[in-house]
Design a protein around this ligand. Structure first.
Ligand SMILES: *[C@@H]1O[C@H](CO)[C@@H](O)[C@H](O)[C@H]1NC(C)=O
Length: 230
């Protein structure tokens, strides 16, 4: 549990690389050193602006839970293509550019066209997925695993889709996915999933974890004493 949480605090240097990323978004695409350095709108390092709000014809679709994962598919129109992409799960209807926008869960590729990417905001999960090559693609699918036993409310997948180096769109959204996770009360770690940048919750989690560590340490000490005495 402790190492799971530590990933939030591990410092990851933000590499500002401006290549074409023919082999997917860089490792640090979804990471950041300081919150205000976060690439929250998932914009590639290309020196051009996204084409939004021009129509694009790309669709982000979701299947049924099976039983623990959800199949996600990014699709171009029948005679169209994309070369690059980056997909994240986030809170439904939450603005892309909100600096405290959460990223949820873990992605797993289904074929050699995609690879998972860590996202710091994903609280220990592998919060994103990207392409591995710049061949023309009409469709790509992968699986998403929500964090276990957290009620996330409504979730939406959000994509950055790159057709060519100077032609890409951000904020391509799936329909809402509802009923994710159990419907009971949110544990403290779930609260952190829902509000990963809330320093009050972060401090409370750190306090509970260090308390837990101390208790474990004391128990071990007592066991040792019991063995020595016996
Ligand atoms: C999607 O989820 C958001 C946030 O829970 C909600 O406000 C909105 O009404 C939902 N939209 C649809 C179409 O269900």
């Amino acid at each position: 549990m402790y190492s799971y949480f530590l990933t939030i605090y591990s410092l990851v240097l933000f590499a500002s690389d401006v290549n074409a990323y023919s082999s997917g978004s860089p490792d640090a695409f979804c990471q950041y050193d300081r919150l205000d350095g976060r690439n929250v709108i998932l914009r590639p390092g290309h020196n051009v602006r996204p084409r939004n709000p021009a129509p694009h014809g790309y669709r982000l679709e979701t299947g049924q839970f099976n039983p623990k994962s959800l199949r996600v598919t990014l699709r171009a129109a029948p005679n169209d293509y994309f070369r690059g992409f980056f997909v994240q799960a986030t809170r439904a209807d939450f603005p892309l550019e909100a600096i405290n926008r959460p990223a949820y869960g873990t992605f797993r590729p289904l074929d050699a066209n995609s690879q998972a990417r860590r996202c710091r905001a994903a609280v220990g999960g592998v919060g994103g997925i990207t392409h591995t090559n710049n061949r023309d693609k009409n469709v790509v699918s992968f699986d998403w695993y929500p964090p276990a036993s957290c009620n996330l409310g409504n979730v939406q997948f959000v994509a950055t889709v790159v057709k060519q180096y100077n032609e890409y769109w951000v904020d391509v959204r799936s329909p809402n996915v509802t009923g994710i996770g159990f419907q009971g009360e949110r544990g403290i770690l779930c609260q952190l999933y829902n509000d990963p940048f809330n320093t009050g919750i972060q401090q409370e989690v750190i306090r509970l974890l260090s308390q837990q560590q101390q208790q474990q340490g004391q128990q071990q000490g007592q066991q040792q004493q019991a063995r020595t005495a016996g």
